[in-house]
Design a protein around this ligand. Structure first.
Ligand SMILES: Cc1cc2nc3c(=O)[nH]c(=O)nc-3n(C[C@H](O)[C@H](O)[C@H](O)COP(=O)(O)OP(=O)(O)OC[C@H]3O[C@@H](n4cnc5c(N)ncnc54)[C@H](O)[C@@H]3O)c2cc1C
Length: 410
């Protein structure tokens, strides 16, 4: 008998939403649900928001961890915090980061999710037929179903000149150790990147007497959302995606073309424009090609021939492939689970279950960014978590009704 019916690996936005959906639907009793998360519930997302200086969510107030879309608005009203729903020139109002997290915390308390958390990181997962064996830093746990909700699994892109430079003050904005508060005394900062994160980091680091330089090689692009709203309905556009072979380069290309990667929403662009106009941020329209450490500040050499001396360099150069985190690599190497183009998991489109090499379906279900070849460009977003929640609830309900060997039981 397994330790749990469902174990969710990752207690971020996706993991929390899935836990709430399963408990609310009564598909899993509390005693049969576990969440494996080393960073505290929502800790990773909270840290990222702080690290990039984000003040408001990009998505509208109906996108949050709870199941009822209006729950955040009702929460704001009940605490007299309606002003934290920031009006938007396009689309619905967006919540401030603090409202989003206070509401999320209230949802977690309502379901007492903290008490379901195993404070550990999953290091490997074994496919054991009708159950899975999850190796973690705190021991091995078995589960009838395992929902993988690890986001990008700490895999992000670093320019070659910035890699393996422990001697130099250069960090990636998503480095666990990066703390913007530690830069208070720093007089000159370089921010590398041209998208939403780079713009947020650059504007949030503006202080009197500090030089902030933004290194962006391409023109800025502005889009309200990460992709066309057609993809949010998980119907027409998604049907075209599902017509292509699973985990194929064709699917990867379609998703890549659909995502407005590197674009920033109008409210972030306005803030950046103002900072540039006021001279609080300087734009270098070029690429850094080399970095020389001097023991104190660093010298960066640029493609346009310029060289600048900076106290600290922050790379806001995005995430790497969602299939390249340590857990996905371990799964690729240690199981017969099928992978395709660049290691993408081969998932069943209707259920998100990971297929084995022989075509049968495992008890492993993938959500978030690594499920983008099934859920499309919004897979990683809150709206993607909602869609995954619906598919997974349907699957578990069906399994319970069918009472097959793989059905839900403790
Ligand atoms: C700054 C920022 C702002 C964003 N704003 C929005 C927005 O406004 N609207 C929107 O819809 N989306 C937004 N997104 C996209 C956002 O990533 C998702 O909405 C959400 O965070 C994704 O949830 P997730 O659970 O997949 O990933 P995460 O929130 O990153 O959570 C993954 C969790 O898995 C854990 N984990 C990783 N590896 C392991 C392991 N081996 N074992 C156990 N646990 C593990 C991590 O510690 C983490 O807590 C934003 C993203 C960023 C970075």
């Amino acid at each position: 008998m397994a330790d749990s019916t469902v174990t969710i690996v990752g207690g971020g936005v996706q993991g929390v939403h899935l836990a709430i959906r399963l408990l609310e639907a009564g598909l899993v009793p509390r005693s049969a649900l576990q969440i494996i998360e080393p960073d505290g519930i929502l800790g990773g997302f909270r840290r990222k928001c702080r690290q990039c200086g984000m003040t408001e969510l990009r998505s509208p107030f109906v996108h949050h961890v709870d199941s009822d879309p209006f729950s955040l608005r009702d929460f704001a009203r009940s605490c007299g915090r309606e002003t934290e729903l920031v009006s938007s020139s396009v689309g619905a109002d967006r919540p401030t980061v603090s409202l989003f997290f206070d509401h999320a915390e209230a949802c977690c308390e309502r379901y007492d999710l903290e008490n379901l958390v195993i404070d550990a990181a999953a290091t490997d997962i074994g496919d054991a037929g009708d159950h899975v064996e999850i190796e973690t830093t705190a021991g091995v746990y078995t589960a009838r179903w395992c929902l993988l909700a690890v986001g990008h699994g700490r895999s992000y892109t670093m320019p070659t000149w910035a890699r393996d430079r422990p001697e130099a003050p250069v960090t990636h904005v998503w480095d666990q150790e990066y703390d913007p508060a530690a830069l208070e005394e720093v007089a000159s900062v370089g921010v590398v990147g041209g998208g939403i994160t780079a713009a947020q980091v650059a504007t949030s680091l503006v202080r009197p007497g500090r030089d902030v330089t933004l290194f962006a090689r391409s023109p800025f692009t502005v889009e309200s959302l990460e992709a066309d709203t057609d993809w949010m309905h998980f119907s027409g556009a998604l049907a075209d995606l599902h017509d292509l072979p699973p985990a194929s380069s064709a699917r990867a290309q379609l998703v890549r073309r659909a995502r407005y990667d590197g674009a920033m929403p109008p409210h972030v662009f306005r803030r950046l424009r103002r900072a540039l106009d006021e001279g609080a941020v300087t734009l270098e329209r070029t690429e850094i090609t080399a970095l020389t450490a001097t023991g104190g500040p660093v010298v960066v050499s640029c493609q346009n021939g310029r060289a600048l001396c900076l106290d600290h360099v922050i790379c806001a150069t995005g995430f790497d492939s969602p299939y390249d985190g340590p857990l996905f690599r371990a799964l690729r190497e240690g199981t017969t689970l099928q992978t395709g183009h660049r290691g993408a998991p081969v998932l069943e489109d209707e259920t998100l279950r990971w297929r084995r090499a022989d075509g049968s379906l495992s008890q492993l279900i993938v959500t978030g960014a690594p499920a983008q070849q099934v859920l499309g460009p919004f897979a990683r977003n809150v709206i993607g978590a909602r869609r995954a929640g619906t598919l997974i609830c349907d699957l578990l309900e069906e399994a319970e009704n069918a009472s097959e060997p793989s059905s839900v039981r403790v």
